[in-house]
Design a binder for this molecule. Structure first.
Ligand code: CA
Length: 191
């Protein structure tokens, strides 16, 4: 009995330790390195008010119909007022977007990345998933994810994003370990 209990305890300790000391996700730099323009590319599909986009999987399923929109200036789209357009799109509600481009890190090291969204998203930088929200929510912080940047330069970025109803936002906070964790400036993004 005590052997079993010890075994269970050891397993629990291992799981807790694993969660607490999970290694940072190692990012893969773009290869070849691009020389991008400012901003991020975006494609949109708007469902109007009749056909709702309720969650991430529904957003993904309609994105095959997406059309290119005006590029984003970065990831600093603060929460809108109700009825205002989503990002650079024309409509306010039931919009899915696929955002692609690059994010630049000026020196190697450990960084933290944190998306903010209203409503959901699935975000990748350097091939690693750094944020995921499948349902609807107000404009709030998503997972804060630790990543390892092996060298300075550009890393591919891809975000699937959706907005159902009410207000909308899409932002990112970031910071290098030991430095300030703050809103990410637009000039680190490229397309
Ligand atoms: Ca919303």
């Amino acid at each position: 009995m005590s052997f079993v209990r010890t075994g269970v305890l050891a397993a629990v300790v291992a799981i807790v330790a694993g969660a607490a000391f999970a290694a940072p996700l190692k990012l893969q730099p773009a290869n070849p390195q691009p020389n991008p323009k400012a901003g991020l590319n975006v494609k949109y599909v708007g469902q109007g008010t009749q056909r709702k986009i309720r969650d991430l999987s529904q957003a993904k399923s309609v994105l095959s119909k997406a059309k290119p929109g005006k590029p984003l200036r970065g990831l600093d789209y603060a929460d809108t007022n109700k009825g205002e357009p989503v990002l650079t799109f024309t409509d306010p509600y039931n919009v899915a977007a696929e955002i692609t481009g690059y994010m630049r890190f000026d020196s190697p090291g450990i960084y933290e990345l944190e998306t903010w969204s209203n409503d959901g998203l699935e975000a990748y930088v350097g091939g690693q998933q750094i944020g995921r929200v499948t349902g609807i929510q107000g404009c709030e912080a998503n997972q804060r994810t630790e990543v390892e940047v092996p060298k300075a330069g550009w890393y591919p970025l891809k975000i699937i994003y959706f907005q159902k109803l009410g207000t909308s936002c899409l932002m990112m906070k970031s910071g290098k370990q030991g430095e300030k964790f703050t809103w990410t400036p637009n000039n680190v993004f490229g397309r």
